[in-house]
Design a protein around this ligand. Structure first.
Ligand code: AMP
Length: 217
């Protein structure tokens, strides 16, 4: 079973590409969708997850890492899928390191696709997505699907990405598992580039010895 991690900044098009994977026999786990659903359970943890997400910050990693571990074990034992696509996980170095242990303990190989686009493209995609979401609210009369996509929170999520998530691609670059895909093109062309990248056999995953600087003696 292939494990594919999909990395990339907010509004780069991870969700759009992930939906294609689903049609190709992959199980799609979106960390953001999982957390949005978890935040609506009406308990204290759900309320605190909602508050963190609405602020554009990262939810404590253990909540997501635990869900990924359970999902992996469930899918490995059930079989019947081509692979598992993790979208929005790992999102910090701590998560990447914990995930590396999960992967190594199960002897899985990993492919990491990073979608890239410059800031102007991301801003334009966000502007369009926001406009469409607001138009849908007018038509349906129901609240927007997400509460963290207004301009100010989007900028904060971008900053969170730079601080917390960008180091994850450097981490994977050191393992040989990272494949960067230019996501500025149309969705179909990006999809084709991802499919081509995935045709290469997965390198066996060797976690970097030390992603973080060792503490001073
Ligand atoms: P997304 O739907 O991927 O844009 O994620 C929406 C929000 O969910 C993020 O801004 C975070 O608040 C939270 N989130 C998603 N994935 C993670 C993760 N792996 N770790 C912590 N928080 C996450």
């Amino acid at each position: 079973m292939d494990i594919v991690v999909l990395l990339g900044p907010p509004a780069v098009g991870k969700g759009t590409q992930a939906r294609h994977f689903q049609q190709d026999g992959f199980f799609h786990f979106s960390a953001g969708e999982y957390l949005r659903a978890r935040s609506k359970q009406g308990d204290a943890l759900g309320d605190s997850i909602a508050a963190i997400m609405n602020a554009g910050d990262l939810v404590p990693g253990a909540v997501v890492t635990g869900a990924v571990r359970e999902l992996l074990d469930e899918k490995i034992s059930a079989g019947g899928i081509k692979g598992l696509l993790l979208d929005g996980f790992p999102r910090s170095l701590d998560q990447a390191e914990e995930f590396a242990q999960i992967v190594a303990a199960r002897n899985l190989s990993l492919k990491v696709i990073e979608l890239t686009a410059d800031q102007a493209v991301l801003d334009e995609r966000h502007r369009k997505r926001r406009q469409e979401a607001l138009a849908a609210v007018v038509v349906s009369g129901t609240p927007p699907e997400r509460n963290d996509d207004d301009d100010a929170t989007f900028r904060h999520r971008m900053e969170t990405y730079r601080q917390e998530t960008a180091p994850v691609s450097a981490y994977y670059a050191g393992t040989g598992a990272l494949i960067q895909v230019d996501a500025t093109k149309e969705a179909e062309a990006v999809r084709a580039a991802i499919c081509q990248a995935l045709e290469k056999p997965a390198a066996s995953f060797v976690p970097p010895a030390a992603a973080k600087p060792a503490p001073a003696p």
